[in-house]
Design a protein around this ligand. Structure first.
Ligand code: NAD
Length: 485
C-alpha cells in the first residue's frame, strides 16, 4: 500500500517542511517505495520547540488527575484502532502481523501505566521541627525530546510519550526515518483524545535533526533508543549541553543453557527469542552459551527453528543493507570454522521476491573471539558458544561490552539464583527467552546497553521526567491569635 508523504506535526497541525532533503520509505516486505519522509533541520525543530514552549504553562499547570484523562481516552482510541495501527507497523517495519499487534498492545499497556501516575507521584511531607514542615513534590522539566529506532515504530515512542506528557512535559518526538508513518497516526489519535496543540510534536529527520535536538538550549531532557554507537554520541552531546539524558543502546544477550534444562520449553523459548521480530529486538537472545552436554537440547532447538518460515511466521529485516550485513556475519563465522546447523541465507518468499528476508539461522561451535559472538547482528541468527561449566559461561556473558539482558535455562533454583546474582545485565530471565519487565517495573540495561542513571519506562522513568521541588514552611503561631482577638 502507498501512504501519503510523511509530514512534521507541529502545534497540532501537519506542516510541510521547506527543507529540501527527503528520503524514500521502503516496505521491507516487498522492497517497494511506500512513502517519503522529510529530513528536517533546525528550522523545523525551532518551530516545534516554540510550539511546545507555548503549550507548557497551561499543560503543566493542569492537575495530573486531569492530564491523565487524555490518556484514558487515548487508550480507548488505541483499542479501537488496534487493527489499523497493527497494519501500519507490519507494512513499514516488516514484522509479522502477530508481532505488530503485540507491539501495539504493549503500547496500550504503557498508556495504562501512565493513567496510574497520579497514584505514584504523590509527594512527601514531614514536620521536621516544631512548626516547620518540609514537602517535596515532582514538577515537570519543560520541553523534552524522544528519539526512536526503527525496530518498534509504535511501542518505543510509547515508552516515553504517555509518561513524559502525563507528568506535565511537552514533547518533541523524532521517529526513525526508516519507519516514520506510525508516529503521524499517534499524533492524530492524541489530538482526538483531547491533547492540547503543541504538547506533542513530531519532527522527522536523521543525524542533522538529532544533533539539533542535542544542541537546542530550550530542550531540557533527551531520551534516545538506538544503537550503542549513536547512543554514546547523543549522550555525550546532550549532557555536554547540560541536558538530562538517558540513551539506550544495542545488545548482545546471552542465553545460558544448562544440561538439566527442560528440553521442549528451552528449545521453543530459545528459538522464539532469537527469531522474534526477525531478531531485530534489543532483547533478542542472539548468543546461546551451551554449558556441558546439551546436544539433545540443540537438536530439539534446530527442529523448532526449522518451523520458523520467512513470509509466514517470520517477518523481514528492515533493509537490503541489513540483509547483506546479517548474511555477511554468517559467512564470516562459517569461514572461521563455525558449523552452520540451519542456514537462512538467500531466503526468498514467493510473491515477495524483492522483500528483505533472512531465514532462521543456527550456528554451532562459535568461539568467543568471532565477530558474530561479540557484535550485535540484529537478525534471526543464533550463535552457539560452548562452555565447560557455569563459571566459564558467566565469564563469556560478562565479557560482553553490552548488558541488556541475560537468561538461564535450568530446573535448579540454586543455579538460576547464581546466574541472577552474577550475570552483568540489567534484565535477567530464568527459563524466559525475552525477559522484558512489564509495568510497573522499568526497562533498561547495563554497561554499553544504557547510558544515564534512570531506566526509560515504569517507576524509574518518573524520576527522569520530573524534578523535585522541596518547600520548607514555618508559620508564626501568634498570628492566628492576633487575628482572632
Ligand atoms: P540507530 O542508532 O541507527 O538509530 C536510532 C536513531 O538515531 C534514529 O532516530 C536515527 O535517525 C538516529 N541516528 C542515526 N544515525 C545517527 C547519527 N550519526 N547521529 C545522530 N543520530 C543518528 O538505531 P536503529 O538501527 O534505528 O535501531 C536498532 C538499534 O537500536 C539496535 O542496536 C538495537 O539494539 C537498538 N535498540 C535498543 C533498545 C534498548 O532498549 N536498549 C530498544 C530498541 C532498539
Amino acid at each position: 500500500m502507498k501512504y501519503p508523504a510523511v509530514r512534521n506535526y507541529i502545534a497540532g497541525q501537519f506542516v510541510e517542511d521547506a527543507h529540501p532533503r527527503t528520503l524514500d520509505i521502503f516496505s521491507p516486505l516487498s522492497g517497494a517505495v511506500i512513502s517519503t519522509v522529510p529530513l528536517s533541520g533546525s528550522e523545523a525543530l525551532n518551530q516545534a520547540v516554540e510550539a511546545a514552549k507555548a503549550a507548557f504553562p497551561a499543560w503543566s499547570a493542569m492537575p495530573i488527575k486531569e492530564r491523565v484523562q487524555v490518556f484514558y481516552r487515548y487508550k480507548t482510541l488505541l483499542d479501537k484502532h488496534l487493527q489499523e495501527l497493527t497494519m501500519l507497523v507490519h507494512e513499514e517495519n516488516g514484522k509479522t502481523l502477530d508481532e505488530a499487534r503485540a507491539e501495539v498492545e504493549k503500547a496500550i499497556e504503557l498508556t495504562e501505566f501512565a493513567c496510574s501516575l497520579p497514584q505514584l507521584v504523590a509527594g512527601e511531607l514531614l514536620e521536621v521541627s516544631q512548626g516547620v514542615e518540609c514537602r517535596a513534590e515532582r514538577k515537570p522539566l519543560g520541553v523534552v525530546a524522544s528519539i526512536a529506532p526503527f525496530n518498534f515504530p509504535n511501542m518505543v515512542p510509547h515508552w516515553t510519550i504517555p509518561n513524559a506528557i502525563a507528568l506535565g512535559n511537552c514533547m518533541i518526538l523524532k521517529p526513525s526515518e526508516q519507519v516514520p508513518i506510525s508516529a503521524g497516526r499517534i499524533a492524530e489519535l492524541l489530538k482526538e483524545a483531547g491533547l492540547p496543540d503543541g504538547v506533542f510534536n513530531v519532527v522527522n529527520g536523521d543525524k542533522e535533526i538529532v544533533e539539533a535536538i542535542c544542541d537546542h538550549p530550550d530542550i531540557k531532557a533527551v531520551s534516545f533508543v538506538g544503537s550503542t554507537k549513536i547512543a554514546k554520541v547523543v549522550y555525550q552531546r546532550a549532557t555536554s549541553n547540560l541536558k538530562r539524558c538517558v540513551a539506550l543502546g544495542g545488545a548482545k544477550n546471552h542465553l545460558l543453557v544448562l544440561p538439566d534444562a527442560h528440553v521442549d520449553m528451552t528449545a521453543s523459548n530459545v528459538a522464539a527469542s532469537m527469531s522474534g521480530c526477525a531478531g531485530q529486538r534489543c532483547m533478542a537472545g542472539s548468543a546461546m552459551v551451551a554449558v556441558g552436554s546439551v546436544d539433545h537440547i540443540i537438536t530439539r532447538l534446530v527442529e523448532e527453528a526449522r518451523k520458523i518460515v520467512p513470509g509466514k511466521n517470520l517477518g523481514s529485516v528492515i533493509s537490503q543493507q541489513a540483509k547483506e550485513r546479517i548474511e555477511r556475519y554468517i559467512t564470516e563465522a562459517e569461514q572461521a570454522g563455525a558449523k552452520v546447523l540451519l542456514d537462512g541465507r538467500n531466503a526468498v518468499v514467493a510473491g515477495q521476491e524483492d522483500g528483505y528476508y533472512v531465514g532462521p539461522t543456527v550456528i554451532d561451535h562459535v568461539t568467543p573471539d568471532m565477530a558474530i559472538a561479540k557484535e550485535e547482528v540484529f537478525g534471526p541468527v543464533l550463535a552457539i558458544i560452548r562452555a565447560e561449566n557455569l563459571d566459564e559461561a558467566l565469564d563469556i556473558e560478562n565479557s560482553s561490552n553490552y548488558g541488556n539482558a541475560a537468561s538461564v535455562f535450568t530446573q535448579s533454583g540454586g543455579l538460576a539464583r547464581y546466574v541472577m546474582e552474577n550475570a552483568s545485565a540489567g534484565m535477567i530471565g530464568v527459563n524466559i527467552g525475552v525477559p522484558v519487565p512489564r509495568e510497573p517495573f522499568s526497562f533498561g540495561g547495563w554497561n554499553e546497553s544504557k547510558f544515564g542513571a534512570c531506566d526509560i519506562t515504569g517507576k524509574s522513568s518518573i524520576e527522569f521526567w520530573t524534578q523535585l521541588k522541596k518547600v520548607t514552611t514555618k508559620w508564626n503561631p501568634e498570628s492566628r491569635v492576633n487575628w482572632m482577638s
